[in-house]
Design a protein around this ligand. Structure first.
Ligand code: PLP
Length: 460
């Protein structure tokens, strides 16, 4: 088809919502190393993982053979409320940049939670319900994950307790109210409802809390309550699997119009949206069917891929989760307080880490003020107010399109627009007031974080 026939928004029909998730784990020729039990240093068994997570999610987590995993009809019904999400040809942005590049973005912010996280939240809530559980717990920092899971828990009639990092719950009271409206119990962490919380409160009265502490509280609640499991919004393989609906819809839409991306760009926090966006395209690349350039973008303040180590580390700062082989800054790494919100994670999805380690993708970092310059430009030109996390991908997409302007190459660029930024007005205010700063950790800061990596034979 000719260029002129490509609409501004490419919508798929309801029947084109994927019927299966795409399991990159099955396609990768060199699989990533297994999770280890930190006390035995042996690979985690299904039974061990099932103490904490839902059985079906554990099944998916460990599945390295099935390329396609069926999406249950109940989950597809929920997807129909907000999917397919639009694939947008950024004609206005291309024109404003004066670039010969063709820019596309997949917009995942068209639901009340405001991000892609709902894609996995609904799947995990469904499997919890199917297993006969009564309740689930989780933690939330920036709040997008807690909101998404609240929506999913309400839909399936599950009780949900969200441990929200205390400073976030004070800074983002509106996020808290959205979660409560959907019926979630939101507890500012650290709290006096768990042993872990009481211990921290005693040691550090007046602390604003941390994600690590909130995870400890949520996991403690899950393992000490009957019929309750803990649910995680990123990093793990089954979360990346659920997010593959993003990439598959992109591929269906692009195939329909004969569009072949030269480059796919996504922001990387725990790696779930990026892993999901690239999934079917990366599968083809591994099999030699395309030569797409994949680019993961992380904040300069939290550069796990670009400056981290590829070792076994805990997934949380309280050191209670299994060990994952991943790029990490050390589970004790404390990123400077900034507005990358959902990108402030010390580690990276084991799948994305392995792809990076094996040379299938590259990674870049961007600084905060540059990210907000791109966010402002995008908002003014394309109309959508982007989440700070998503704006990392926008920054690099714009930079790549500007490079095309110099070289005259008409590359086709696809990036993931993971969400909207309505709850990030404090960040936008700082940017608008000119008070935003950039923080880049020094080598000494990183060395300090690396000290928290477990000293085990596998890491030698
Ligand atoms: C959580 C979040 C991210 C980062 O998480 P990933 O697991 O790396 O995808 C990116 N964008 C938005 C809007 C988020 O809420």
């Amino acid at each position: 088809m000719s260029k002129a026939t490509i609409p501004y928004k490419i919508y798929l029909s309801e029947s084109e919502i994927p019927k299966e998730w795409y399991n990159l784990n099955a396609v990768m020729t060199r699989k990533h190393e297994p999770f280890l039990n930190p006390s035995t240093l042996k690979p985690c068994t299904k039974e061990e993982l099932s103490q904490v997570f839902c059985e079906e999610c554990v099944e998916q987590e460990l599945d390295r053979t099935h390329r396609y995993i069926e999406i249950p009809e109940e989950i597809r019904s929920f997807y129909k409320m907000y999917r397919p999400s639009p694939l947008v040809r950024a004609y206005c942005l291309e024109k404003a940049l004066g670039t010969p590049a063709k820019i596309y973005y997949k917009f995942e912010g068209n639901n009340t939670s405001g991000s892609h996280k709902l894609n996995s939240a609904v799947a995990q809530a469904y499997y919890a319900k199917k297993q006969g559980l009564k309740s689930i717990t989780t933690e939330t920092g920036a709040g997008q994950w807690g909101t998404a899971l609240s929506m999913a828990a309400a839909y399936f009639g599950l009780d949900l307790t969200v441990y929200m990092v205390k400073v976030s719950s004070e800074q983002k009271p509106h996020r808290r109210e959205v979660m409560r409206t959907y019926g979630a119990k939101v507890i500012a962490s650290p709290s006096d409802t768990t042993q872990a919380g009481r211990k921290i409160l005693k040691e550090f009265p007046g602390t604003g809390g941390s994600l690590g502490c909130a995870i400890s509280e949520a996991v403690e609640k899950a393992v000490t309550s009957d019929d309750c499991r803990y649910v995680l919004g990123s990093v793990l393989d089954h979360v990346v699997l659920h997010q593959s609906v993003i990439g598959q819809e992109c591929k269906t839409a692009m195939d329909k119009y004969g569009i072949e991306p030269d480059m796919i760009i996504g922001c990387c926090g725990g790696g779930s949206n990026f892993g999901g966006l690239i999934a079917p395209f990366m599968g083809d690349k591994i099999e030699g069917k395309n030569n797409i350039e994949f680019v993961g973008v992380e904040p300069a303040s939290c550069p796990s891929l670009t400056r981290g180590r590829y070792v076994y580390d805990f997934c949380d700062s309280a050191k209670i989760t299994p060990l994952a082989k991943m790029y990490t800054l050390g589970c004790g790494f404390m990123p400077a307080p900034n507005h990358a919100g959902g990108l402030r994670y010390h580690g990276m999805s084991p799948i994305v880490s392995a792809l990076y380690n094996q040379g299938y993708m590259r990674a870049v970092t961007v600084e905060q003020t540059k990210v907000f310059e791109a966010a402002e430009k995008f908002a003014r030109i394309e109309g959508i107010l982007p989440a700070p996390e998503s704006s990392h991908a926008i920054r690099v997409a714009i930079d790549e399109a500007l490079k095309c302007k110099e070289t005259g190459e008409a590359k086709t660029i696809l990036f993931g627009l993971t969400g909207t930024g309505y709850f990030d007005m404090t960040a936008y205010k700082q940017y608008n007031d000119g008070t935003m700063t950039d923080t880049i950790p020094t080598d000494a800061d990183l060395a300090h974080g690396f000290e928290s990596i477990p000293d085990i034979p596998q890491n030698k």
